[in-house]
Design a protein around this ligand. Structure first.
Ligand code: PEP
Ligand code: MG
Length: 883
């Protein structure tokens, strides 16, 4: 079989479509060569040869030796040089090249083919002895390290000794004879270390390097990188053997890297750097400061060193045209490596360039406008999750970072403020115009006002779906949760991290996109939703099938959501409305009441507030659907717990302190998430749900009567498990609504549905559908109840599960499609069998996760609902899922 593919001299055996066989680098070298671009000739040993090598006890395929020899002969023919020949030596580079780019993980050898004799040939050919000896010593150093496994520092020490003795401080100060002395010592050191001389035979050198590149596929770095990026070990790497070109042959030689467009902002302008008289590794090593490619870039930098455009105008003009050809050909922004050898341009690599979200957006929209790609391609060119970078302020990448501690990246964006330790203090400071960061052990619904007032939130405990994380994402507040190294002492007004102490009032910054907590206030970049953003979103909306709604309950969140393009509210958590200062007293009174009569009296106080909330929400949503979930959390969450808090509440409300404490103890549950919560509250205290249904329907009637767009309230019952339960709740809802509508004397449309948050609900979806017109998958609870993993405590051990590869991703972040997903599929099927037009949505955190959205499309849900700031991400992900 065939293991070797040649390229160069205006043609190639392979092409860009053969990445799997030739690796990314090899395939693109072949493609460039076929395009007639100046590529130094060479050949690629296939990834299949590597796979064969490992499958056969590290033996090369039998035909490989002959094919490599033929490949070399082809290079020799094109270049007119001969491998190993003293008079006219061919030198080659040997580089790895996997299917997926694995930057810097594997090995490379340059200048191969040099020995004590060919170095003289190179000196004669180039007319530059110094250059030839410098190349030879570089080769010995690199080859000894990569192939012979000798330590780098051994060679550095020898070089330093020479420099000391000569009293020279920079490599460029060494003469040809100086280098010859260094080479002598290098070779002596190799002999001493290995007991055999540095290989002089070019063929032996070549096979040593091929073996080393194959071996580097299995080095620890490469293995680690593969695991991180899901690259299968079975792919293997290709090896590219290519005629050397030299950017270090004097002032008419150079080497550089370029992007066809700016990878950080997307500007359609050549961007990059180059160095005159240098080899590739010099640019990366940062020893000399690289120069600009274009005159305009140089002027903008205020640089005086001439740009490539100015220093080598003829080559630059050629380079510019090559670069334009490449971008047009690949129809994407290219990341390019090139070398100029004595005035002649060579292309060494091209690939699709990595870019920021901002650049991705601009490049996609620009290229579609230029007619280079279709709108569909443009939609697929932007990673939905990356839009996050654009929707929140971020820390300037060039800013200094003093990282105090790291937790989970619970809610993206960055925020700076003074440290506060409780929610009241946060609210007070914020009212006084101060920016604060709320630092808590963990948060509870009682902290809503503090979280809202704060610019950002830190918790020492809790995972990605802890209360703090969910609420912060909903509000668009940056949040770092589960920062386990942070020990908080609220009474002393400080927190400690590994010996450092931070006091209330000190300024800190959090980066909710990385989970970092930083000292001070690094420079920020504000979000800008540019025209490109709006354009691409518009294209996405044209093609997506899934509707996108938002989880929102406050007017501000609802407005934000609409601003981001939400098509309704998929989850309004009514309990958040109970915590408002003006209502919490009545809520507590209701909880303390001895009987139904007492509860009804307290509920009557809450009712007008609830109704007003709904009127406001319906008004903002202008006729779009609004799903309102009736009360869900266990009642103890509304009560104070410590004696101190109880005393304070008693004083503020006039409620009896003893009774408060007794009731708090009575309501205490061991597993509150599995306890007296959800519709179980509605079954045991129907008057609560009656009040809420009444408030919803009355609000809808008010809107309808005022002539505004009539809302479509969707009344949703949480944590339902049984058909009988649903029937009871349905009857309660209809009975209450009917009474209101009769009082009001008008007809209003509304629907009744359920969340699917329990495995039993999913399995018996047909029973539920008999009385539910819609299902909304509450995948936070459904994940919790399917795995039997508490969403509040998962953070303590999920890390170990992810490290050990038992979980790929946190199942509270990205839907477990096999397990939880199977339940969703079953529920959708059984629900539709019982009620063909049952409306299906998802409102757990997964509703804003691109991979989970793809799954939702595949099971044909009608909509996804997510926090307001994730609405654009969901719109784009839904579009990609539909294509
Ligand atoms: C859910 O469980 O997925 C859900 C949306 O409800 P909550 O997060 O309020 O429990
Ligand atoms: Mg839930």
């Amino acid at each position: 079989s065939r293991w070797v593919y040649s390229f160069g001299g205006g043609g190639a055996d392979g092409d860009a479509s053969m990445k799997n066989l030739l690796g990314g680098k090899g395939a693109n070298l072949a493609e460039m060569s076929s395009l007639g671009l100046p590529v130094p000739p060479g050949f690629t040993v296939t990834t299949e040869a590597c796979v064969h090598y490992y499958a056969n006890g590290k033996q090369y395929p039998a035909e490989l030796a002959q094919q490599v020899s033929d490949g070399l002969a082809t290079i020799e023919k094109i270049t007119g040089k001969l491998f190993g020949n003293v008079a006219n030596p061919l030198l080659v580079s040997v580089r790895s090249g996997a299917r997926a780019s694995m930057p810097g993980m594997m090995d490379t050898v340059l200048n191969l083919g040099l020995n004590d004799e060919t170095v003289e040939g190179l000196a004669r050919l180039s007319g530059d002895r110094r250059f030839a000896y410098d190349s030879y010593r570089r080769f010995i150093q690199m080859y000894s390290n990569v192939v012979l496994d000798l330590e780098h520092h051994m060679f550095e020490e020898i070089l330093d000794d020479h420099k000391d003795r000569l009293d020279i401080h920079v490599d460029t100060g060494l003469s040809a004879d100086d280098w010859a002395g260094v080479i002598k010592d290098y070779k002596a050191a190799v002999l001493e270390q290995l007991g055999r001389p540095f290989p002089q035979d070019a063929q032996e050198q070549l096979w040593g390097a091929v073996g080393a590149v194959f071996a580097s596929w299995m080095n620890d770095r490469a293995k680690f990188y593969r695991r991180m990026h899901d690259i299968p070990e079975a792919w293997g790497t290709a090896v590219n053997i290519q005629s050397m070109v030299f950017g270090n042959m004097g002032e008419t030689s150079a080497t550089g890297v370029a992007f066809t467009r700016n990878p950080s902002n997307g500007d359609n302008r050549l961007y990059g750097e180059f160095l005159i008289n240098a080899q590739g590794e010099d640019v990366v090593a940062g020893i000399r400061t690289p120069q600009s490619l274009t005159k305009i870039a140089r002027e903008e930098m205020g640089d005086t060193v001439p740009s490539m455009e100015e220093a080598m105008p003829v080559v630059f003009a050629q380079f510019k045209s090559v670069v334009e050809t490449l971008e047009r050909h690949y129809r994407d922004m290219q990341d390019i490596e090139f070398t100029v050898e004595q005035g002649k341009l060579y292309m060494l690599q091209t690939r699709n360039g990595k870019r920021t979200a901002k650049a991705a957006l601009k490049i996609a929209v620009d290229m579609a406008a230029e007619g280079v790609i279709s709108k569909t391609e443009a939609i697929n060119r932007v990673e939905p999750a990356s839009l996050d970078q654009l929707l929140h302020p971020t820390i300037d990448p060039s800013a200094q970072r003093d990282v105090i501690a790291t937790g989970l990246p619970a809610s993206p964006g960055a925020a700076t403020g003074k440290i506060v330790f409780d929610s009241d203090a946060a609210e007070k400071a914020s009212a006084a115009g101060e920016a604060v960061i709320l630092v808590r052990e963990e948060t509870s619904p009682e902290d809503i006002h503090g979280m809202h007032a704060a610019r950002g939130i830190i918790t020492a405990r809790g995972g990605m779906t802890s209360h703090a994380a969910v609420v912060a994402r909903g509000m668009g507040r940056p949040c770092v949760s589960g920062a386990g190294d942070v020990s908080i002492f609220p009474k002393e007004g400080l927190f400690r991290v590994r010996g450092r102490e931070f006091k209330a009032g000190e300024i800190i910054t959090i980066d909710g996109s990385t989970g970092e907590i930083l000292m001070g206030s690094p420079k920020m970049i504000e979000p800008e939703l540019t025209g490109d953003f709006a354009t691409l979103m518009g294209w996405a909306d044209e093609v997506r099938r899934l509707k996108v709604r938002a989880n929102a309950e406050t007017p501000l969140d609802a407005k934000t959501a609409r601003g981001f393009g939400a098509e309704g509210i998929g989850l309004c958590r009514t309990e958040h409305m109970f915590f408002d200062d003006t209502r919490i007293a009545a809520v507590r009174e209701m909880i303390l009441a001895d009987d139904e009569k007492g509860r009804r009296a307290a509920l009557a106080k809450i009712a007008p507030f609830q109704k007003a909330d709904f009127v406001e929400l319906f008004t903002i949503m202008e006729g779009l659907p609004v799903t309102i979930r009736l009360l869900d959390p266990p009642l103890h969450e509304f009560l104070p717990h410590t004696e101190e808090d109880v005393a304070a509440v008693a004083q503020a409300t006039g409620l009896d302190a003893g009774k408060l404490l007794r009731r708090a103890k009575e309501l205490h549950e061991t597993n509150p998430m599995l306890g007296h919560r959800g519709c179980r509250l509605g079954v045991s205290y129907p008057e609560i749900y009656e009040m809420q249904v009444r408030a919803i329907i009355e609000a809808a009637c008010d809107i309808a009567k005022s002539g505004k767009a009539a809302p479509i309230p969707e009344i949703m019952h949480p944590l339902v498990a049984k058909g009988e339960e649903m029937k009871y709740l349905r009857d309660l809802t209809d009975r209450t609504a009917k009474a209101v509508l009769e009082e009001q004397g008008i007809a209003i449309e509304y629907t009744v549905g359920t969340m699917i948050e329990l495995p039993r609900a999913a399995l018996r979806a047909g029973d539920l559908a008999a009385n539910a017109e819609f299902f909304s998958f509450g995948t936070n609870d459904l994940t919790q109840t399917t795995f039997g993993i508490s969403r509040d405590d998962a953070g303590k051990f999920l890390g170990a599960y992810i490290d050990k590869g038992i979980f790929d991703k946190d199942p509270f972040v990205s839907l477990d499609q096999e397990g939880v997903g199977d339940l969703i599929r079953i529920a959708a099927e059984r629900g539709r069998a019982a009620r063909p037009d049952v409306k299906l949505g998802i409102c757990g955190e997964h509703g804003g996760d691109p991979a989970s959205i793809t799954f939702c499309e595949s099971v044909g849900l009608d909509y996804v609902s997510c926090s307001p700031y994730r609405v654009p991400i969901a719109r784009l992900a839904a579009a990609q899922a539909a294509l």
